[in-house]
Design a protein around this ligand. Structure first.
Ligand code: C5P
Length: 396
């Protein structure tokens, strides 16, 4: 967890800063808050102080009666400064190295890492001056989150590029920014979610996979610097930012999309719950209901992972196995049959983990015989453990 200085500058999005502060604290970060005089026209010092759990650094408090200078103290405190919302003016000053107010002086005084969440009118954002300043800041190693497209604040402005990202997304972006890039250079293909095997245009066979495990792998890999393509069956989850998302429905479609990307990939994490069977025939029209028993003929779907395993080369392959009872032996069998480096064993019927849940309790079986039983943890944490081994095999 990090020490985060949130610096609000003058924009209507400053009203979202108390929520941002609360989210950062809930995520375990230690926060302080700075607000420019213009920011304080939109949000009160009291709401910022309450949300931050401490006093607000303001222009008036810059030089203290005891001789201490707040900009030095804040620059030393912060592992990262998140300027949110960031005006065009604040970006410009930082890009030029001006230091005539508390925020710009703090940034110049050696803030270790800096991230910006711009919020302004689209014309100001797209102005070549602003874009040049943004490029300059990026070249200095600063991160720029957004802005997003959407309704703009000023009356009569309609939609455009210039909205501050929502606090939830800023917290995610910040987390990614602070994560060491130990998978930089890795091209990773991830599959997720269920497949749908249609009987007719409105009926299908499927399973309760939520896609969370695969999405967690894709997001964790992205945060660690990998280039990620996520091939996903139907889920309710939003597309993760910074990941190329390919949406599919059936197992055959998933196979086609994965095979297309396979030559590109250096690693594959196959977290999708692929249906083992599909109806032998798919009707073009919805079949009317009849009051009689009926039989459905199913044919097996191809085992996608097994096929990929047959052309493995030096790619890293990770599979999942969902088992009851004799799970360990069966998972071991799959590890070999499918030519994998690692298989992640999930237990069916275990309360609060697996399908649809945010948590998982898994056993990792490695091709070299190592077996790791992980305690119950978030799917994101499981994803990171899996990726630790992907990294090990990739670099081997
Ligand atoms: O053999 P089983 O279905 O238990 O293996 C599970 C693993 O194989 C998972 O990684 C799953 O994504 C993958 N799989 C596949 N194609 C199938 C069935 C499963 O790639 N038709």
């Amino acid at each position: 967890m990090a020490r985060v200085l949130v610096a609000a500058t003058g924009g209507v999005a400053a009203i979202k800063v108390p929520h941002l502060l609360r989210l950062l604290r809930a995520a375990g970060h230690e926060v302080r808050v700075l607000a420019t005089p213009r920011a304080l026209e939109f949000v009160t010092p009291l709401s910022l102080a309450v949300a931050a759990g401490g006093e607000v650094a303001t222009e008036e408090a810059w030089f203290r009666p005891d001789g201490r200078a707040l900009h030095i103290e804040l620059a030393r405190f912060a592992d990262v400064v998140l300027v949110a919302p960031a005006t065009a003016d604040a970006l410009a000053k930082a890009a030029l190295g001006l230091a005539d107010d508390l925020l710009s002086a703090t940034l110049l005084a050696g803030a270790k890492r800096v991230a910006w969440a711009p919020a302004m009118n689209q014309a100001m954002w797209l102005a070549p001056q602003t874009q040049a300043h943004v490029e300059r800041l990026k070249a200095l190693g600063h991160a720029v989150f957004g802005p997003a497209y959407g309704p703009l604040a000023a009356v009569g402005e309609g939609e455009g590029w210039g909205r501050m990202l929502e606090p939830e997304e800023l917290v995610e972006r910040l987390h990614a920014f602070l994560t060491p890039k130990d998978l930089q250079g890795l091209r990773l293909l991830v599959s997720a979610g269920p497949t749908r095997e249609y009987l007719d245009p409105v009926r299908f066979l499927s399973n309760p996979s939520s896609g969370r495990m695969g999405y967690a792998v894709a997001e964790a890999a992205r945060d660690r610097g990998a280039e990620v393509v996520l091939v996903t069956g139907p889920t309710c989850l939003p597309d993760p930012w910074g990941v190329e998302v390919v949406r599919v429905e059936s197992a055959l479609e998933m196979r086609d999309r994965l095979r297309e990307r396979y030559p590109w990939a250096q690693g594959v994490v196959m977290a999708a719950a692929v249906a083992d069977y599909r109806p032998a025939e798919v009707l073009a029209e919805k079949e009317p209901k009849v009051e009689a028993e009926r039989t459905l003929r199913l044919v097996p779907n191809p085992d996608i992972l097994k096929e990929l395993g047959q052309e493995k080369g030096d790619k890293v392959l990770v599979g999942f196995a969902m088992e009851t009872g004799e799970g360990l032996e069966r998972a071991k069998g799959k590890l070999w049959r499918k030519n994998l480096d690692l298989i992640v064993l999930n237990w069916v019927n275990r309360e609060g983990v697996g399908f649809g849940s945010p948590e998982n309790e898994v056993v990792l079986l490695l091709k070299d015989g190592r077996i790791l039983e992980l305690p119950r943890m978030s799917k994101r944490q499981v994803a990171d453990r899996i990726l630790d081994f992907v990294k090990e095999f990739w670099q081997a």
